[in-house]
Design a protein around this ligand. Structure first.
Ligand code: DGL
Length: 260
């Protein structure tokens, strides 16, 4: 059981922000990562579409006989976890639901959330955060172009900087004490965001998520006791594009395998 892979998925390279952190904490695990470039962006999909997409990916992971699935994607965590969580035998870690309790450990009164349209529509960030801190004021804002900026690696173009700063200005009208980057693609934009505000104003849930997964796998006796780990990447479209986009953050040596 313990040698079985830990699977990750996201619409693209966003989930690598979580993958890289967990791999650092648990280098001796066997990992598989699925980047669903055929269906990107998830943020524009309906709940029904997202359930179908996630269910298909879970079936693929079932065939790969994984021991755990990391939903390194806020959009599918928000829209599909409640529906799919009891359908499969492997352990499932959804990013929002896993991190909300840890985020609310800080004594915060007002928090902002940047996320995709489908995540904001679901209301799951507010629901999960208020579960642990009912008095918390939560300001949620969608940033539709941001995923495309990251996948297209156009972070430094003047148009991208203007786009990111304009959402940030709007968010700051609410005076949040911290702003959650509620899409795993958004931490790639921290350098731009950091031009306008200190980086510690932003919360990247991946920082807590990786630690949470490690602790939980250890508690369940599911850690690989082997000496070496592995990683394998899969995509539903555009392997070259994935490899190229990943290279700025997590260079991968082989071209991801294309699966339908
Ligand atoms: N990175 C994903 C998330 O955390 C999905 C982004 C998208 O494809 O819209 O929500």
């Amino acid at each position: 059981m313990n040698k079985k892979p830990i699977a990750f998925f996201d619409s693209g390279i966003g989930g690598l922000t979580v993958f890289k952190k967990l791999k650092k904490l648990l280098p001796h695990e066997n990992y598989i990562y699925f980047g669903d470039l055929k269906n990107i962006p998830y943020g524009e999909k309906s709940k029904e579409e997202l359930i179908k997409i996630a269910d298909r990916i879970f079936k693929f992971f079932e065939e790969k006989d994984v021991k755990a699935v990391v939903m390194a994607c806020n959009t599918t965590s928000a829209n599909t976890y409640d529906i799919l969580k009891d359908k499969y035998k492997f352990k499932i870690y959804p990013i929002i639901q896993s991190c909300a309790k840890i985020i609310t450990n800080k004594p915060l009164k007002k928090v902002g959330v940047f996320a995709t349209e489908a995540t904001i529509k679901s209301g799951v960030y507010s629901r999960e955060l208020k579960k642990y801190n009912p008095a918390l004021e939560v300001f949620e804002m969608s940033c539709p172009p941001w995923v495309g900026i990251v996948e297209g690696n156009t972070q430094n173009s003047p148009a991208s900087v203007a786009c990111v700063s304009s959402s940030l200005c709007k968010m700051l009208e609410n005076s949040p004490e911290k702003i959650i980057l509620g899409c795993t693609h958004y931490p790639y934009l921290l350098d731009i965001l950091g031009k306008f505000l200190p980086k510690d104003k932003f919360i990247d849930p991946a920082d807590y998520f990786a630690e949470f997964i490690k602790t939980d796998l250890a508690k369940q006796g599911m850690l690989n006791k082997g000496e070496s780990g592995s990683e394998k990447f899969f995509v539903s479209a555009n392997p070259e594009k994935f490899k190229q986009a990943a290279s700025m953050f997590y260079p991968i040596s082989e071209l991801p395998q294309l699966v339908d």
